[in-house]
Design a protein around this ligand. Structure first.
Ligand code: GCV
Length: 645
């Protein structure tokens, strides 16, 4: 096992200094097998960097005990020895990284035994990477961190060292599965399932030493496109046999292959509707092909009509996933996992939790988040997303989903994520998938300690000041009160209030001279509130009880409507937009105080500074467009007399 050495790439949360505490002590690994070898290699490398070669008793002993469960581990310290007991080899690896996280604290006072087990069985990142550079979406769809770490302009990367380094970072955060290609599976990428399977195997080989299984997005019409069959009907015997044979081949090549990811009947992707079949028929066919090998299919619930007539007020995109899938509850096989976006629309800055998650109790679920910041500033804006995810995961039964999946924000950029501070989102995703109850600020502390090797209080305070509230700041200067979108069509960056208003995409705000918002009530609107169980169906239905931050998601209200906060809707829009843009400017000021202090590397300083300049500019643009738009529509002046262009 070789630990990747990258000279031109930022070490993210695993710089050599993160291993000082371990490296300067003696460690014994009492286990065998590939993952134990990885731990041993990590220890050896840490020791080479920080050991003084001295002999003596062991300070850290790692071993196995099945009682700790799959992926689990226990950690304790007694009589000057820290012990880590993995429930299995993966648990050993996670326990090792727990010690890395603790740093010196792992070797201080005695510690009572703590048992750690992941809440989610699968902690998975989906890459929307293409092999070919897509004419519109590029190498990585919704990627803001350069190219793909797997492919470069049509060809697999010859040097996959970076993939191994990525796996190492992910393992340190608890991730154990990666789907390597875009859910929009175009013609070239479809071949990864068959004649380009070798590329998948090569990537799997780099992920494996860090306990990460490879998953593949497949095209539902593969039997036609790759198998030469006349149909992809999931109930057709020939089609089923094709998937069974093809899947067998996949496992013959990659025995620990994780499974398939499918986007079907969505945004132009083929699916079972073409044959009058249900999505349970489609998912179960693939689940059956995968079952003999222990694989799973992640079947996405992101199914809606993207060719809607904007004049038609009765169709509601928010309803679509539930309308399609709720009737199928209980009809999916055990290894068919329904992958549901956390909100009913599309990864907006603020959405209610999808009713599909609350209601489909008879189906295995994966909740899907978006680490890549498509709608949250595209890694040009600081937007620490853990507080949003933590709210989502704390809601009702969300944390009971077996899997947590997120679209990755990593690319071949020197800082992995474009914006160096966006690394914290990638790290936090893994940690929250492991333990959804973690405090986002504490997770940020972990990330700061590792990335900046336990820095002084001043850098820590600066980063907290910039990041803790950054999601809410972003929310303040963008679309108000949960109404969503208002972004430039296509690329989704920057403001365009009416950009999607008269399009087929189903993402409207319905602002007129009197008011704004989408009436999704059962009394007078689309009836979406009815998809929620009680009490939420009543809470969201009621103008009085609906939380302010979701008001315009559920209700169309006059500008003079008074919020719980005491402010009118129009005044709230003005106030939050002035405040949000100001907060963006303050964020930059915090960073600028670090200039020339030596607290952070000059190159990293410059990268963040350049992004902050853009964030401040863009936040002002959002402020001015939104305020001007609503002032012109409503004619209501700002009560505080500020300048609105
Ligand atoms: C991969 C949104 C994005 C698309 C993405 C889609 C999905 O609509 O804008 O780029 O496609 O979600 O999640 O499938």
């Amino acid at each position: 096992m070789t630990i990747p050495e990258l000279t031109d790439v930022h070490a993210a949360w695993l710089p050599p200094e993160a291993f000082r505490a371990i490296g300067s002590r003696r460690t014994l690994v009492r286990a065998d097998g590939p993952l134990a070898e990885t731990v041993r290699a990590e220890v050896t490398r840490a020791r080479a960097g920080y050991g003084d070669g001295s002999e003596g008793p062991y300070d850290l002993v790692l071993g196995l005990d099945a009682a700790e469960g799959a992926d689990g581990y226990a950690i304790a310290r007694r009589d000057g020895v820290t012990t880590v007991t993995g429930g299995d080899p993966a648990g050993l690896l996670y326990g090792f990284f727990h010690v890395v996280r603790l740093g010196e604290a792992a070797f201080g006072a005695d510690r009572e035994t703590e048992h750690h087990r992941p809440a989610m069985r699968r902690r998975m990142l989906d890459h929307w990477d293409n092999i070919d550079v897509h004419p519109v979406m590029g190498q990585v769809e919704r990627g803001y961190a350069g190219g793909s770490i797997f492919w470069d302009k049509g060809a697999p990367r010859a040097d996959l060292t970076r993939v191994r380094a990525y796996a190492r970072l992910l393992a340190a955060s608890g991730v154990n599965a990666v789907a390597i290609n875009n859910v929009n599976v175009h013609a070239t990428e479809a071949h990864l399932l068959t004649d380009r399977l070798g590329e998948v195997a090569a990537i799997a080989a780099e992920l494996r030493p860090y306990g990460i299984r490879v998953h593949l997005s497949v095209n539902f019409a593969s039997p036609i496109a790759l198998g030469g069959l006349p149909t992809a009907d999931p109930l057709d015997e020939g089609v089923r046999a094709w998937w069974a044979r093809t899947t067998e081949q996949v496992y013959a090549t990659i025995p620990d292959f994780g499974g398939y990811v499918v986007k079907a009947d969505s945004e132009g992707q083929p699916g079972p509707f073409a044959y009058g079949r249900t999505h349970a028929d489609g998912a179960n066919m693939l689940a059956e092909a995968l079952a003999p090998f222990g694989g799973v299919v992640h079947w996405r619930a992101f199914v809606y009509n993207h060719r809607q007539d904007w004049r038609d007020r009765s169709t509601d995109r928010a309803r679509a996933a539930y309308d399609h899938f709720a009737p199928l509850d209980g009809r999916f096989l055990d290894n068919a996992i329904l992958q549901v976006k956390h909100g009913p629309m599309d990864f907006q800055t603020r959405e209610p939790v999808s009713p599909v998650i609350l209601e489909m109790r008879g189906t295995r679920l994966a909740v899907e988040l978006q680490v890549t910041q498509e709608y949250t500033g595209q890694q040009r804006h600081v937007c620490y997303l853990a507080p949003m995810w933590s709210e989502i995961l704390a809601f009702e039964n969300v944390a009971e989903a077996g899997d947590l999946v997120a679209v990755s924000n990593a690319g071949d950029d020197r800082y992995w994520t474009g914006h160096p501070l966006a690394q914290a989102n990638l790290y936090a995703f893994g940690r929250l998938a492991w333990d959804p109850g973690l405090d986002p600020a504490a997770v940020l502390d972990e990330w700061i300690d590792l990335t900046f090797a336990w820095p002084g209080e001043s850098l820590r305070r600066t980063l907290h000041a910039m990041m803790d509230g950054s999601w809410r700041t972003y929310e303040r200067y963008t679309a108000p009160l949960g109404v969503g979108f208002m972004v430039r069509p296509g690329h989704h960056y920057g403001p365009d209030v009416d950009g999607y208003e008269y399009t087929p995409w189903g993402t409207y705000h319905f602002a007129d001279r009197d008011g704004v918002g989408v009436d999704r009530t059962r009394a007078t609107g689309t009836g979406f509130t009815d998809q929620y169980p009680r009490p939420w169906s009543d809470v969201y239905e009621s103008l009085e009880r609906c939380p302010d931050e979701l008001l315009l998601f559920f209700h169309h209200v006059p500008y003079g409507h008074v919020l719980h906060s005491g402010s009118t809707v129009i005044q709230h829009i003005y106030d939050t937009h002035f405040a949000g843009a100001e907060e963006a400017a303050e964020t930059r000021l915090h960073w600028e105080k670090l200039a020339d202090t030596g607290a952070v590397d000059p190159d990293l300083y410059a990268r963040v500074k350049e992004r902050l300049d853009e964030q401040v500019r863009c936040a002002e643009e959002w402020r001015d467009q939104i305020n001007a738009y609503f002032f012109r529509k409503s004619g209501v002046p700002d009560a505080r007399g500020r300048r609105i262009p």
